[in-house]
Design a binder for this molecule. Sequence first.
Ligand code: ZN
Length: 301
Amino acid sequence: MESTDSNNRVTIVGGTHGNEWIGAYLVKKFEQIPHLIQREHVEGVTLLANPLALAENRRYIDKDLNRCFRREDLEDLTISSYEENRAKDIAEMLNLGEKSKRDWVIDLHSSTANMGITIIPVNDHPVNLQLAAYLCSINPLIKVYRWHGFEQEQSCLRSLCSWGCAIEVGAVAQGTLDANLFRQTEETVHAILNYLNIINSETIPELDYPLIIYQGIEAIDYPRNEKGEIQAMIHPQLQFQDYHPLHPGAPMFLTFEGETIAYTGDSVVYPVFINEAAYYEKGIAMCLTQKKRYEIRSVRE
Ligand SMILES: [Zn+2]
């Protein structure tokens, strides 16, 4: 790790998607009571990423903000939709000037899929995996998800920072709150701040246990006809079964005529983001993952 002083600032982001209210309202709470996100060795700051979309209770105004952070787009002066401009402002806030002091990000999202509390590390750096392992150790219900090999990762807000994670919570409908998920999200944020306080105060936390990462391998679209219209729904047996094993031959979709469409892969996978409302427009019915086990040790670099 770098010197302890350079990693003390954490930006807690809500409302990257304007209809994901848990993160937005949690950030509003932290704005009102800022001492909640301060620690001796951690300076917490807040950011409401897409205030206009939040006011209109829409995911975005012109374009998904969480796909606007590709480096070349941030430097492209010819693109200027609301979200593209907002992305440039946010990149400046997070990256310019005191760059080294604004390293950590926690980007709060919610999902209509049954994601529970899901941690998505910003990258595979051991520091981020240690944080994820720590969170799983204090709350075994937390899941850790990664998506590799797609340019989407570089276009996310969280890609601006070297350290941190997104938190994806669900199932909760868009534009609504859920008290249990709100409380669990807040507890997870506090656990992260406490952990960063520990590593910033030179105490090396004792960590030596496996970390399970659900590694994204494939996004599955709905069955469609030649006009692109959806021809089947998530099978009832699969609805809300995020992170459960899906075996070859198991029901995946149900057509409007009642015909079951089975999973045709040849190995067990663990689908997530099943029936995510925001992903219909992206042509994603679910993301298939494989369960990978890592040994995480608290070795400072
Ligand atoms: Zn989101």
